[in-house]
Design a protein around this ligand. Structure first.
Ligand SMILES: [Zn+2]
Length: 271
């Protein structure tokens, strides 16, 4: 699943390519297969002929800002945004939406598992209501220290995945952040001291920033690629996720299921 660093990478590339570009038309035959999507007609009524004024990211959401509306896209489990040449259209599977621009470029939304979402929203409500602060929010430390959501016996790993506490972190980066913070993913959130929360916050920022510099992570399943089809490189810097031995102490890495996902940690280094 694309997490903050992957979405940020795509957002930056989209900005380079599509800033101030005018949408000519949205095309699709399978938009209704996406978990949450408007009709093609309503997309064209609200946004064709309009220019993209800015493109932002909040948590794992992409926000295409037009003059009177925002196109909000979440890539779900397997969503991708790709620039495609019309002549190569047939080489791509699972294209569920194409956006043709007046300058001749075509942007495609590709989503094999179809868990993504596409919405047109009022600019005043562009950030989904239940999301917590963005994981790169400069005041995240204070916000987490005062959050009632951490006064909970739920494991800290699941709290990091809770988008209403902090938006943007998923399974891979939560493993890497907890490892670098020397915190066991199984620790009850409420057992963390103020200093531990601040150290965790520092590592959230550090890991996500490093991952953005490496254009995100592409695992063996090849799930994530950027706007041009290139892999991320941060998987080469993973220290714990999907590893068998701990990089620091060479112990066997523990793997447990938490919230339906595989969580990796070192029981010697993380407490
Ligand atoms: Zn270890």
């Amino acid at each position: 699943m694309p997490e903050l660093p992957e979405v940020e990478t795509i957002k930056n590339q989209l900005l380079t390519e599509f800033s101030n570009c005018e949408v000519q038309v949205f095309e699709s035959r399978t938009l209704h297969l996406i978990k949450k999507a408007p009709t093609l007609k309503s997309l064209n009524t609200s946004l064709s002929g309009q220019r993209i004024r800015d493109i932002k990211r909040y948590g794992k959401f992409l926000l295409f800002e037009f003059d009177r509306a925002v196109l909000r896209i979440h890539l779900g489990m397997s969503g991708r945004m790709r620039i495609i040449e019309p002549s190569k259209y047939l080489e791509f599977k699972h294209i569920h939406l194409t956006i043709k621009f007046k300058n001749g470029l075509t942007l495609a939304y590709i989503d094999p598992r179809r868990f993504g979402s596409i919405e047109v929203v009022n600019p005043d409500f562009k950030i989904p209501p239940k999301l917590g602060p963005d994981a790169l929010d400069l005041k995240l430390g204070n916000k987490l220290l005062s959050s009632q959501k951490l006064k909970s016996s739920v494991p800290i790993k699941l709290k990091l995945l809770d988008q209403s506490l902090v938006a943007g972190i998923g399974n891979i980066y939560s493993d890497e952040i907890l490892y670098r913070s020397h915190l066991s993913p199984l620790r009850k959130a409420t057992s963390l001291s103020g200093d531990e929360i601040l150290y965790l916050t520092k590592n959230i920022r550090k890991v996500l920033k490093q991952a953005i510099r490496q254009s995100g992570s592409t695992l063996q399943d090849g799930g994530y690629v950027d706007l041009y089809g290139a892999n991320g490189k941060f998987q080469n810097y993973h220290l714990i996720h999907a590893k068998s031995t701990c990089t620091a102490c060479q112990s066997h890495v523990s793997r447990v299921k938490l919230g339906g996902r595989s969580c990796y940690y070192c029981s010697m280094c993380q407490h």
